[in-house]
Design a protein around this ligand. Structure first.
Ligand SMILES: NC(=O)c1ccc[n+]([C@@H]2O[C@H](COP(=O)([O-])OP(=O)(O)OC[C@H]3O[C@@H](n4cnc5c(N)ncnc54)[C@H](O)[C@@H]3O)[C@@H](O)[C@H]2O)c1
Length: 258
């Protein structure tokens, strides 16, 4: 097996694949042979990513999906089965942050919205994909959590709590699903300059002062690149990680131990 064919014959779903980490994960899975379903609430970005994968010769399609909507997630799994015959790899990656600020000033609506996408969205993906994986004899689920769940900093407390729940769900499902040959792992990235920053900071660009402050807290002295996350997700999804389950892998340049 060489690295470029690790996922030949496999079918993968990546949520939030229209941008940032999800786009890089979808691209890498496709480059290594997987048929990829690009799921995103943003139709323009999601369709463009799927088109770009097809242009490289990969099997890919876009399915408009709001991961907080049970009917939409059920339709995503069904479309994947109809198009490619099953689900081998599910990457629950879609997520966003409420605006950074004091936790007690967050509105109840924003609290519900961020939990609905970041936490319920992961559960819904699992809810509809697991029976398909069980019928197929196994599978791999990888959730994008955050290093903020392990080492929280002020300002995004509720967001971090959504990711703490994702870590707990990852570990609980790993134990529950081992008997079905389904592995469940997570990645915990540190800050990256993706669309996520717009929702967290309310700006179109990551301001230089914020970037410098973030980098100062990371021993390897740079932000996460989407390709760092893609490499870790693809490792966890591959047979090389066949004995790893319940792992929440820091992709953080050492930030969680500094
Ligand atoms: N960027 C960071 O600093 C950082 C750090 C740690 C973890 N994360 C997590 O990484 C994941 C990916 O974020 P990113 O940094 O690539 O940001 P991003 O904004 O570039 O990408 C997120 C994607 O998710 C999609 N999305 C949002 N809500 C959705 C929904 N309800 N249904 C379907 N799709 C939805 C967006 O349209 C977007 O395409 C998120 O779960 C985020 O919480 C990000």
């Amino acid at each position: 097996m060489n690295a470029s064919s690790r996922f030949a014959g496999k079918t993968a779903i990546v949520t939030g694949a229209g941008s940032g980490f999800g786009r890089a994960i979808a691209s890498r899975l496709a480059a290594e042979g997987a048929a990829v379903v690009v799921a995103d609430v943003n139709t323009g970005n999601g369709q463009a990513v799927a088109d770009s994968l097809v242009d490289t010769g990969a099997k890919a399609l876009f399915q408009h999906t709001d991961v907080s909507d049970a009917h939409a997630v059920e339709a995503l799994i069904q479309r994947t089965v109809d198009a490619f015959g099953g689900v081998d790899i599910l990457v629950n990656n879609a997520g966003f942050s409420h605006l950074s600020g004091p936790a007690w000033e967050l509105s109840e609506d924003e609290y519900d919205r961020v939990f609905a996408t970041n936490t319920k969205g992961v559960w819904l993906g699992c809810k509809y994909a697991i029976p398909v994986m069980q019928r197929g004899g196994g599978g791999v689920i990888i959730n994008t959590a955050s290093i903020g769940a392990v080492a929280p900093r002020p300002g995004v407390t509720v967001y971090n709590a959504t990711k703490g729940a994702v870590m707990t769900m990852t570990r609980g499902l790993a134990v529950e699903l081992a008997r079905y040959n389904i592995r469940v792992n997570a990645v915990n990235p540190v800050a990256a300059d993706t669309g996520f920053m717009k929702s967290a900071l309310g700006t179109d660009e990551l301001p230089d002062a914020n970037r410098a402050a973030l980098i100062k807290g990371i021993p390897l002295r740079r932000l996460t690149e989407p390709e760092d996350v893609a490499a870790s997700v693809c490792f966890l999804a591959s047979e090389e990680a066949s004995f790893l389950t319940g792992v929440c892998l820091p992709v953080d340049g050492g930030r969680s131990i500094s």
